[in-house]
Design a protein around this ligand. Structure first.
Ligand SMILES: Nc1ncnc2c1ncn2[C@@H]1O[C@H](COP(=O)(O)OP(=O)(O)OP(=O)(O)O)[C@@H](O)[C@H]1O
Ligand SMILES: [Mg+2]
Length: 386
């Protein structure tokens, strides 16, 4: 099974450098490796010191790279998308147009990365796929897309258990679309199933590791805590945090205050992220570019541990039974009770934390249950299902 390691974090903290170094290190050790950049502002080529581009290219033995382009993705998945797109455009009174125009539709960016990932996973060509993703907000959009689509599929399109109840009377006035015919429906359904499969892989902690990158400063630390919360809310397995650009001891007088500040924040980071692996990387005196440098950097990041290792095996979301009652427990260590909103919508559990909302579809065995009392204890939200 292909392993996936995905890096995310605030802009400029070193995601691309960490991802490129990890990929180079793994390829050097004989693992068949693919590195994909899903950040539309690609800089993977700069780190690898070569032109990468939207098609998979070999960097050196065991290392392939790709900078995903949504236009290219639409062209290469045209078979899968054609029927659906034609119907979508027609329903809006538009003529089907070029891949460039389609690429601007909301959600296509995210979907295109996931479609590629689905291909690579199916082909089983790689031992590991390293993903260099966009700054946190964008990356979260990518990761929550399959679930957002599942909402669409379940509520708007007439399949699944909610069909008759919700869709038919409301659909046209809300989205101005006629009910799709069977072909569209089938193509939509297959697209949805593929994306759903990718999501299942991305939340499987035996396959995927999400690794956060941050710098030892207050803003980056705060954003990392928020990103961690949202990732856990969606069930994504974060197993490590890389604190990058730490000043060395000989940094010089001008940076002494900064260094002291970094020391304090690193202490807080260590205390806050005890259960996942915290890796530390010093700011070096040259830019980490090219194979040789990235090889050295990969050793600095992981030292004696293997980047393929799963550093944390716990699950962010667990369903359990206690005294004949059913519960769901969501790990949310940094969420504040007052910024959390929890409600029951038509039997579905909705958790909102600031701008992020997750609708929980309960597993089949619990689908007759609906959320009851909730308690927030030790960074875990425990919700009874009644
Ligand atoms: N440990 C380090 N020592 C020295 N320079 C570094 C280190 N880590 C990253 N850099 C440099 O910092 C800059 C930003 O790094 P990088 O592009 O990897 O960050 P990013 O998080 O991917 O940024 P973006 O959000 O723009 O994609 C680059 O010039 C990179 O070479
Ligand atoms: Mg980058």
């Amino acid at each position: 099974m292909t392993r996936i390691i995905l890096y995310t974090g605030k802009g400029g903290v070193g995601k691309t450098s960490m991802a490129a170094a990890t990929a180079v290190g793994l390829a050097n050790s004989g693992k068949s490796t693919l590195i994909i950049s899903t950040d539309p502002a690609h800089s993977l080529g700069d780190a690898l010191n070569m032109d990468v581009g939207p098609r998979v290219k070999t960097v050196f033995k065991n290392l392939d790279a790709q900078e995903v382009s949504v236009v290219e993705a639409i062209s290469s998945h045209w078979g899968e998308l054609k029927v659906y797109l034609a119907a979508l455009f027609q329903s809006q009174g538009l003529d089907p147009v070029s891949a460039e125009e389609i690429a601007t539709l909301p959600g296509f960016d995210e979907a295109s990365h996931l479609l590629y990932l689905n291909d690579y996973l199916k082909s089983n060509r790689y031992d590991v796929i390293v993903m260099d993703s966009a700054p946190t907000g964008e990356a979260l959009k990518l990761l929550s897309f399959p679930e957002a689509m599942s909402w669409y599929m379940e509520k708007v399109f007439p399949i699944g258990r909610t069909t008759a109840r919700i869709v038919r009377p409301f659909m046209k006035p809300i989205i101005g679309m006629p009910l799709p015919d069977d072909t569209v429906f089938a193509s939509m359904d297959s697209l949805y199933k593929n994306l759903k499969k990718v999501r299942e892989v991305l939340i499987d902690n035996s396959i995927t590791s999400i690794r956060l990158v941050c710098n030892p400063d207050r803003m980056s630390f705060n954003e990392t805590k928020r990103a961690y919360t949202y990732l856990l809310l969606y069930g994504y397995p974060v197993d490590a945090l890389i604190v990058n650009k730490i000043f060395a001891d000989n940094v010089g007088d001008f940076f002494l205050k900064w260094k002291e500040n970094q020391r304090e924040i690193i202490k807080e980071i260590d205390e806050s992220f005890r259960e996942i692996k915290v890796l530390k990387v010093y700011l070096s005196d040259e830019e980490p570019i090219g194979r040789e440098y990235l090889t050295r950097l990969s050793k600095k990041i992981y030292e004696d541990s293997d980047p393929m290792e799963i550093f944390f095996k716990g699950k962010p979301i667990e369903y359990y039974r206690l005294d004949n009652r059913n519960y769901v427990r969501v790990k949310l260590p940094f969420a504040k009770k007052e910024s959390m909103n929890l409600y029951n919508k038509g039997g579905e559990l909705v958790i909102e934390i600031e701008n992020w909302r997750r609708v929980f579809y309960l597993p089949q065995s619990l689908s007759d249950k609906s959320p009851g009392n909730a308690e927030f204890i030790n960074g875990h939200l425990n919700i009874e299902l009644v």
